[in-house]
Design a binder for this molecule. Structure first.
Ligand code: ADP
Length: 214
């Protein structure tokens, strides 16, 4: 599903954002990525989404070898993943149904995230938690093998954050791999899942390998 082999990422200004990252995330896992601001979490996600390219090593995602991926092949990679953003990124002049769009699976997905009664509402008529459920629904609509959630609870009330992660858990139980970046330790503690901690560009602990990221 996801494999990092000796991955280094250095930005043009010389910042070493990731240093020799080696890890494997298998199909069906649920993984929290934690770490302080600037640790390298976004860089890690950007390499998986092929928004950035590694300077050394190999990243393999859903059978795509990213060092060899041509620009025109990137859409095929992206189609295998759904992405949930911290700031929702909904289109405000489209209602919920149209935001999730591409009909067919829309009613099923809206039911899954508990929004069947909000289909014709606009984002500004929804709470932050509901808006993020639309974001999640949109990420699911193409039935991706992998969901990447970049601080999905960063802009919603703490009491609703649990619901969003519970929803991601339910999606994971149905077979989708989930990768969630967060710095909310309490939330991580509530769900007993694999935790990878990144510090200054290095993976410093991985709970499946006896580490303790709590
Ligand atoms: P996190 O998501 O954990 O906050 P990032 O992956 O965004 O961390 O950043 C890791 C390091 O790389 C930081 O030192 C950050 O300043 C630097 N960085 C991130 N993006 C860029 C960029 N486009 N150009 C230069 N440095 C960057």
């Amino acid at each position: 599903m996801i494999e990092f082999k000796g991955v280094h990422k250095v930005y043009d200004n010389g910042t070493k954002a990731l240093k020799d990252v080696n890890l494997r995330i298998d199909k069906g896992e649920f993984v929290f990525i934690v770490g302080a601001s600037g640790a390298g979490k976004s860089t890690f996600l950007k390499l998986i989404m092929r928004e950035e390219v590694a300077n050394a090593g190999e990243v393999i995602v859903n059978d795509f070898k990213l060092s060899k991926l041509k620009r025109r092949e990137i859409p095929y990679l992206r189609r295998t993943m759904g992405i949930v953003f911290q700031d929702f990124r909904l289109i405000n002049n489209m209602n919920v149904f149209d935001n999730v769009a591409f009909a067919m699976r829309v009613p099923y997905i809206l039911g899954l995230v508990g929004l069947q009664n909000k289909a014709r509402n606009y984002p500004m008529e929804l709470s932050g938690g509901e808006q993020q459920r639309v974001g999640l629904a949109r990420a699911l609509v193409n039935n991706p093998a992998l969901i990447i959630a970049d601080e999905p609870t960063g802009n919603i009330d703490p009491e609703l954050s649990y619901e969003i992660v519970e929803l991601l858990n339910e999606i994971n139980r149905r077979g989708t791999t989930v990768l969630m970046v967060t710095h909310e330790r309490d939330l991580v503690r509530m769900f007993n899942r694999r935790v990878i901690e990144i510090r200054e560009g290095c993976v410093v602990s991985d709970s499946t390998q006896g580490g303790d990221a709590q």
